[in-house]
Design a protein around this ligand. Structure first.
Ligand code: FES
Ligand code: FES
Length: 152
């Protein structure tokens, strides 16, 4: 069954016809071409599909698109302003917090949700709250360093 929905994504409003069982991840990637939101496990286990919904980090592979109606959705494409990288994005670049980059959009959006709620978290807090975002390349050290550098 399909349903007409209005989704607010990165400040724009999209009117779409979506399957009622389509995940938000599927709609972002397949209907809107917002490929920055990654499909890793599609099972809620890797964090690669993280987006912000009303400022909170959510796994878009576990959320139905119809459940996002009326909410403000932020994907990695909406994070930089006027072509300038967000400070967390710049920190990942400067500190070498990425290699292949597959996990990076989810990492950065989860970090944004953490730092928006708590401006000066400890390294332990960051590690604990980032635990749902997996990276196969970096060993996490530089990711944590990058996030810590934004708090300083
Ligand atoms: S793709 Fe959603 S958690 Fe892995
Ligand atoms: S940089 Fe490759 S998975 Fe994290």
């Amino acid at each position: 069954m399909k349903r007409a929905v209005e989704l607010k994504i990165n400040g724009d409003t999209y009117e779409l016809l979506v399957s009622t069982h389509a995940t938000l991840l599927e709609v972002l990637r397949e209907k809107l071409g917002l490929m920055g939101t990654k499909r890793g496990c599609d099972l809620g286990a890797c964090g690669a599909c993280t987006v912000l919904i009303d400022g909170e980090a959510y796994l878009s592979c576990l959320m139905l698109a119809v459940d996002a109606i009326g909410k403000e959705i932020l994907t990695i494409e909406g994070l930089s302003e006027g072509g300038d990288l967000h400070p967390i994005q710049s920190a990942f670049v400067e500190k070498g917090g990425l290699q292949c980059g597959f996990c990076t959009p989810g990492m950065i959006l989860t970090a944004k949700a953490i730092l928006d709620q708590e401006h000066n978290p400890t390294e332990e807090v960051i590690k604990k709250k980032m635990a749902g975002n997996l990276c196969r390349c970096t060993g996490y050290k530089k990711i944590v360093e990058a996030i810590m550098s934004v708090t300083e």
